[in-house]
Design a protein around this ligand. Structure first.
Ligand SMILES: C[S@@+](CC[C@H](N)C(=O)[O-])C[C@H]1O[C@@H](n2cnc3c(N)ncnc32)[C@H](O)[C@@H]1O
Length: 211
């Protein structure tokens, strides 16, 4: 938990409490439905919570922003971001219902009214609803963009125009080649000094029809 305060020292009391609750909630739910590997749960804040908050080093979501987290699993990156941006609206989907059950239980316990969790496949999300679509560890960029392109709304309210933001690692050269000139890559190591992330990049592809 200290690591979250180190990088996000301006949290409100309520946000601190919500972040602090995560460890116990995930320990309880992970024992019933596995959404985080056993070794990772001991490093929940470093490997999952702070990593998810890496998106906040790239963009500060304004109140009212609509965001879709695809393949959220146990709620990453959506739940930590929903705590950080309580006035933005987060729709968390996963194709596996039992993972969504964990997300629902955790968000209910945290009393996060800005989260809707749903068992759904990315390919069938509603049209033009979201300013940003997020993912962490779901699939390669090209199929991901194909899945969600139709879900991006045409209106932009941020300097970073509507599009996808994916937490990724490895050699991205091949994956991003077809988006050359448009894609932006942000390195989390520029923001967080610890070297504990396997996936160290935020890949951004603008997809607004008005761009
Ligand atoms: C490796 S897990 C990552 C979970 C979470 N994002 C995280 O970083 O901890 C990938 C997740 O994507 C989900 N998924 C894969 N394809 C999907 C699709 N087409 N639509 C929705 N969810 C999908 C899987 O069910 C799985 O929970």
């Amino acid at each position: 938990m200290e690591i979250i305060l180190k990088y996000f020292p301006d949290l409100t009391e309520r946000q601190r409490e919500q972040f602090a609750q995560l460890e116990e909630l995930y320990r309880v739910w992970n024992a019933q439905i596995n959404v985080i590997s056993r070794k990772d749960i001991d490093a929940l804040y470093e490997r999952h919570v702070l990593h998810s908050l890496g998106i906040a080093k790239v963009i500060q979501f304004r109140p009212g922003t609509t965001i879709l987290d695809v393949g959220t699993g146990g709620g990453f990156p959506g739940i930590p971001l929903a705590i950080l941006f309580p006035q933005a609206h987060f729709h968390l989907i996963d194709s596996i219902g039992k993972k969504i059950k964990v997300v629902q239980e955790v968000t209910d316990a945290l009393k996060l009214p800005n989260v809707v969790a749903e068992k759904a496949r990315a390919e069938y999300v509603e049209r033009a609803n979201y300013e940003f679509v997020l993912s962490r560890a779901v699939t390669r960029l090209a199929p991901f963009v194909d899945w969600v392109r139709h879900g991006i709304s045409p209106n932009s309210f941020h300097e970073l125009k509507n599009g996808v933001l994916c937490l990724k690692g490895g050699d991205l050269a091949d994956e991003i080649s077809e988006y050359k000139g448009r894609v932006k890559i942000f390195d989390l190591n520029d923001d967080f000094e610890e070297e504990f992330f396997e996936t160290k990049k935020v890949v951004y592809v603008p997809l607004s029809t008005k761009n």
